[in-house]
Design a protein around this ligand. Structure first.
Ligand SMILES: NC(=O)c1ccc[n+]([C@@H]2O[C@H](COP(=O)([O-])OP(=O)(O)OC[C@H]3O[C@@H](n4cnc5c(N)ncnc54)[C@H](O)[C@@H]3O)[C@@H](O)[C@H]2O)c1
Length: 255
């Protein structure tokens, strides 16, 4: 069990701080013997990582806003560790005004930015990652049930997540022949930097916790454990799927 990911090289994108879902994923992968390469958005994020990530952790800069950055990052990763076995994409962004002002007030630039960083980047990352990926490779993104339900205040991010999930399904079909699986984890609401951009996020977190089957929100460690399983050879039968890791919140959602 402790060696489940031994010999696997896995790229984890989207650690901003210790509260990030991506950090829960990185820790779970390391605990199972996998080697992690972290990517970070910019210098500011690198400084944040330097405070808590061990010195021998491999880290590569990758702002997904430009295709050329993604290409460069995966070439750099190949130079560092050779071919890879998995990628976890835990990246999303919408500007505050777009996110907080309702879908009806969403303007073209805000729509494009949210789609670009939160959905399109999964396509560019998958394209570059798949070029250096071993067979039985696994590509995973993070989504939220606001893609399917009209969750109050999730707004534009719900639209981007719907797009992300659809892209995930097409990519799964296209990469099946290469022996690569592509999936999404639909995580329950947890407190992170990204969540603070959602209006009334404290209320959302509270309501979500009340809708779990046991009254306790899913933890980042639990999301990380599911992600680590998805990186393992035990999960090769799963592709094109949205796997809920939310303590059952989606079972009760009626809106
Ligand atoms: N927190 C939740 O409740 C929740 C629930 C379901 C899904 N998710 C999803 O999980 C993923 C991770 O978010 P989180 O909640 O851990 O928040 P977070 O703020 O810790 O992580 C978001 C990450 O996105 C990165 N990012 C933003 N723009 C980028 C860019 N241009 N290039 C590269 N990286 C960029 C940030 O640097 C940050 O590391 C997101 O896709 C989010 O939508 C979160």
């Amino acid at each position: 069990m402790m060696d489940l990911l031994k010999g696997k090289k896995i790229v984890v994108m989207g650690v901003a701080n210790k509260k990030s879902i991506a950090w829960g994923c990185a820790k779970a992968i390391e605990a199972l013997g996998g080697q992690v390469v972290l990517t970070y958005q910019n210098d500011r994020m690198k400084q944040s990582l330097d405070r808590f990530v061990s010195k021998d952790t491999l880290m590569v800069e990758c702002d997904v806003a430009e295709d050329s950055n993604v290409e460069k990052a995966f070439k750099e990763i190949q130079g560092l560790v050779g071919n890879i076995d998995g990628v976890i994409h835990a990246i999303a962004f919408a500007d505050r005004e777009t996110l907080q002002n309702g879908v009806i007030n969403t303007k073209k630039p805000g729509f494009n930015l949210a789609e670009d960083i939160s959905a399109y980047s999964f396509i560019s990352v998958t394209r570059e990652a798949s070029k250096i990926m071993n067979e039985k490779g696994s590509i995973l993104t993070m989504t939220y049930m606001g893609s399917t339900y009209a969750i109050p205040n999730y707004n534009m991010m719900g639209i981007a997540k719907a797009s992300l999930e659809s892209a995930m399904r097409y990519l799964a079909v296209e990469l099946g022949g290469q022996g690569i699986t592509v999936n999404a984890i639909s995580a329950g609401a947890v407190r992170t930097l990204a969540v603070t951009g959602v209006k009334g996020h404290s209320e959302l977190l509270k309501q979500s916790e009340a809708l779990t089957t046991d009254g306790h929100s899913v933890s980042k460690a639990e999301i990380g454990n599911a992600a680590a399983f998805m990186m393992s050879d035990l999960a090769t039968g799963i592709t094109g799927d949205v796997i809920y890791v939310d303590k059952g919140v989606h079972l009760f959602s009626t809106n």
